[in-house]
Design a protein around this ligand. Structure first.
Ligand code: MG
Length: 392
């Protein structure tokens, strides 16, 4: 291998030092259930989403930039009747309105877990009582009802209240506006998940009404409730249409959009805490990406960047070939440092201390053997230079 350029390495001290301090040899490393280290620079950055704007009573707001818009006040092109025909619901003044007797409507699109935003208004002209006043319903995947009902000064059975998970759980509060005014539902829907006949996740609904939390991760009890019937376990498909109910009242809806949610841990999702099997798979994926990146950093004039990156990959997967190469590069690095006259080492202090610190981290967490020779050799140099003593 070509002799290392001392000059180039000295110039790279700052860059290498910054990389070491910022990430790979810093926080607690990946473990059995966590594919990421604490403060891991390999963890993807959150995607940028431009927030929407809030609605007013007069005007609907704008959805966030990554939302799938289902109704923007203009037309019903994304909707059809529950029988797959053209719906008879109408669009008026920026809202869609249920035409009593015309039946449920559903989205042509099918989706599952989501953040769902819906705004609705009960008729200003108050008629009926209990379940007969301003009744409609929001059915994620077409089967579980988040109740829509004019409960402004209108009592009814609690588990059929507005924002109840119908037949299962009443809302924690009644935060409705008077009839005629728009209410905002912010819904987080997680479908029940089955493995064969066994339910491994009962499904959940979280609901805010006009910004007030009324359902806090309420269990769907393996299937979701219904009219008069206790929830029964039932396998859910991965996706279904969103349905809105025709319960005989001209309820209006506007500004309907959703954002799909990522898979959960039970589905092998990419949450921070995974099953051991999922974490191992994810760690292998991260290690492969780092090894690939280490090759891109190859520079005969400055092999440190490649060595440190390859060494970092061992935290995710102890691949024998990568471990052998790290050992070889570390030996060569130590050799190059040993060739520098003792009275000229001061200029390399920062770099040597950083590399030593990285070796210490790797041996401490057993990613490198406790008797890793390059670490011991660097320690000798550090002691000889007196860099291990604190300055008074
Ligand atoms: Mg209803």
């Amino acid at each position: 291998m070509k002799a290392w350029s001392i000059m180039a390495m000295t110039c790279s001290v700052l860059a290498v030092a910054a990389a070491v301090v910022a990430g790979p040899f810093y926080g607690d490393p990946p473990d059995e259930n966590h594919p990421w280290a604490v403060h891991d620079d390999n963890r993807p950055q959150p995607p940028v989403v431009t927030p929407g704007t809030c609605s007013t009573q007069e005007q609907a707001g704008k959805p966030p930039s990554d939302a799938v818009v289902l109704f923007d006040g203009k037309d019903l092109s994304k909707w059809e009747s529950d029988k797959g025909e053209k719906t008879k619901w109408i669009v008026k003044d920026g809202a869609m309105e249920c035409v009593p007797g015309s039946g449920y409507i559903r989205t042509k699109e099918q989706f599952g877990d989501c953040q769902l935003h819906v705004e609705w208004a009960a008729p200003k002209d108050v008629k009926g009582d209990s379940q007969g006043r301003g009744n409609s319903g929001i059915f994620p995947m077409g089967v579980v009802e988040v109740q829509v009902l004019d409960n402004y000064n209108n009592p009814t059975y609690a588990d059929g209240f507005a924002a109840s998970v119908y037949g299962i759980n009443p809302p924690m509060a009644n935060a409705l506006r008077p009839p005629g005014q728009f209410n905002t539902y912010e819904i987080i829907f997680r479908r029940p998940i089955f493995k064969g006949d066994k339910c491994i996740d009962p499904g959940y609904l979280t609901v805010y009404v006009n910004g007030v939390l009324v359902q806090d991760h309420t269990s769907l009890e393996d299937g979701g409730g219904g009219h008069k019937n206790r929830s029964k376990p039932r396998p859910f498909p991965e996706a279904g249409p969103l349905k809105l109910q025709d319960h005989g009242n001209p309820v209006r809806f506007r500004n309907i959009w959703y954002r799909p949610l990522p898979p959960r841990v039970s589905q092998g999702g990419t949450d921070g805490h995974l099953t051991a099997e999922a974490a191992t798979a994810k760690k292998k994926e991260i290690a492969a990406a780092i090894r690939e990146d280490s090759v891109k950093r190859r520079d005969p004039g400055n092999p440190l960047a490649e060595m440190l990156r390859l060494m970092e990959s061992l935290q995710y997967e102890n691949q024998p070939a990568a471990a052998a190469k790290v050992k070889q590069m570390a030996d060569q690095y130590v050799e190059s440092v040993q060739k520098v006259p003792a009275n000229r080492l001061e200029s390399k202090k920062g770099e040597i201390m950083q590399v030593f610190s990285a070796f210490q981290f790797m041996t401490k967490f057993k990613f490198l053997p406790a008797d890793f020779a390059p670490q011991a050799e660097l320690q000798k140099i550090i002691k000889a230079q007196g860099w291990d003593k604190k300055k008074r």
